[in-house]
Design a protein around this ligand. Structure first.
Ligand code: HEM
Length: 148
């Protein structure tokens, strides 16, 4: 069982790295190119690739996260502030799923196809919120392992 747990933590961390790495790359390497004429076309293509990988990564994060919780003896109660922090992580994960779905399947593709300013702004805002949530997920992960 211990070896399965270690593999699960490994997959969890690699998935978090890929997911956050994708976001960091977008912010650090592609957003600075936003004045280029080809920008929206590249973002559209990158978005499709990111969406494909993202929707493999997110279920993996959930499965390995739940496995890690069970291994750690989490009883799914609200009995302590430690447990409440874990529930916060699960709740934020659901928020990420909902806003990612809206962004990836509805607003994002339409925004880059139509170049509509309003949709592009919505897309950007959702991307930013998702990025902040991803950072909070890492912080909560650190707290789960080490306590407050
Ligand atoms: C966007 C989604 C997520 C991200 C970016 C993320 C990120 C991380 C990171 C970076 C760690 C390692 C912390 C460390 O070792 O110090 C971690 C640990 C952990 N995460 Fe997540 N996580 C996500 C989703 C979830 C979900 C959905 C669950 C539960 C259902 C979960 C449960 C856990 C648990 C239990 C640990 C501790 C693992 C251990 O035993 O070492 N995570 N998370």
């Amino acid at each position: 069982m211990r070896i399965l747990y270690l593999i699960s933590v490994f997959i969890h961390i690699i998935c978090a790295v890929i997911w956050l790495g994708g976001m960091f790359s977008l912010i650090l390497f592609f957003i600075p190119l936003r004045k280029e004429p080809y920008f929206l076309e590249v973002v559209h293509k990158l978005g499709e690739q990111f969406r494909f990988i993202g929707w493999i990564i997110l279920p993996l994060l959930l499965i390995t996260g739940l496995f890690n919780l069970i291994y750690r003896g989490f009883d799914f109660s609200f009995s302590s502030s430690y447990n409440k922090i874990i529930w916060l992580k699960i709740f934020l994960f659901l928020v990420i799923i909902v806003i990612s779905a809206i962004h990836d399947f509805y607003i994002g593709p339409r925004a880059t196809r139509t170049k509509d300013k309003k949709l592009l702004n919505y897309s950007r805002t959702i991307g930013r919120i998702n990025f902040i949530l991803a950072i909070i997920m890492v912080i909560i992960g650190i707290i789960i392992v080490r306590g407050l």
